[in-house]
Design a protein around this ligand. Sequence first.
Ligand code: 5AD
Ligand code: SF4
Length: 469
Amino acid sequence: MTKTVYIKTVGCQMNVLDSEMVIADLKRHGYQVVDTPREADLLLYNTCSIREQAEEKTYSALGKLRDTKANNPDKKIGVLGCMAQKDQEVIFRRAPFVDMIVGPGQLHSLPEMISKVDAGEGRQMAVSMGRKDGKQSLVARSHETFDPLRDPAMRPTPFQAYLRIQIGCDKFCTYCVVPNTRGPEQGRAPSEIISEARILAEQGCLEITLLGQTVNSYRHRSDEGETDLAALLEQLHEIDGIRRLKFVTSYPKDMSRRLLETVRDLPKCSPYLHVPAQSGSDEVLKRMKRGYTVAEYMEMFERIEDVIPNAAVSSDFIVGFCGETDEDFQKSVALVERCRFKNSFIFQYSVRGGTKAAERLEDDVPREVKAARNHELLEVQNRVSKEHHLKMIGSTVEVLVEGPSKKSKNADPDAPAVQMTGRTHCDRIVVFDGNRRQAGQVLDVHIDEVTSNTLIGRVRQVEVVSIGL
Ligand code: 5AD
Ligand code: SF4
């Protein structure tokens, strides 16, 4: 009999990709995906630990399953991902009805764990070694990816895919759990990456986004020598069918001129870079142990402007980090004004157990101050984004159409016109009135109106030369 699985994914692109892999694996084991926990024999929660709020949401979702499990003891519940690795048995204590806890480096063991639970062997846990639990090579080996398994049906659109090129992180920014939950930085072998990209292209994928926590630090050494991200992009660029290549997230210190020149010279590479600054204050950056000063970030930023003048750069900021004064915060505001980022993801600092900041620094910025700074920085960023977008009115951009926009997801499937959404080569969101058949096409769209995060336009009927804004 076919079994059914429901999966809820929160967090970053890595988790989205992990869920895709898990589902591909489970389908091979006879599972079918359903949309609600009610219909499912197996309920999976792929979790995130980056901020407390993400964890609390998961614990509250789990709490709601207490009665479900009591009434349906045969339903199996699994907690996957970063929170599984970070909290381990704590999850069994807080939610004793959970059957399986699986860290992000152990996802390949899920089918076997399900069999054990089914066989009455009791609840199961598979997590990777902690950073200090043994020799670096052993710890690294305990964080495995199982990337070659793909299920195109689980992707948000069939034309776009994530491809992991690196796992883990060795930067140890003082606020961040990732080096603990995802383990040591490891670059995947180029041959594996290329063959996976070829399969994606054969499946009709037009855009590949390479994933890594510090993706531009990617390195793989073998007997034939060393491959870096620039060399990898050159090889991926050769694959027929792929139209766009992106990579996220970049680490400011590793943004070499050679990489930027490669992005400039390879037409499939999107002129879009996500390079989080995190703060505009040297004192805060030092406490975060980011490894650069504001002047060094600016040097890197000017290098981007110099090599790829039309590049769109986005950033992340943490507001209210330990000891952040109003003056420090105003320096983050100034950095947004100066760099005029395409967009910024802004987060309020959240203490994470096991990090250096949690051990050594005081979380001394009051909650209301964090919220107010978040609001202020977002307003400045939105103004900057809108000012740039206003300049794009009247221009024509090349859009990879993803599908109906959120607004029209539930529109009548036979309606002649629906609002469609897609992205420019620079990762700007575009909506226009069109039809569902346009999904997966690359179209020239004339921009008529804008908001701070969206360009609104109409499809050009005639071929025009697009500009890569
Ligand atoms: N609190 C708030 N934001 C955080 N981030 C990482 N750790 C924390 C934390 N403890 C943010 C950083 C990072 C993004 C993915 O999440 O800005 O770039
Ligand atoms: Fe976390 Fe810093 Fe690594 Fe990014 S570079 S994943 S913020 S430790």
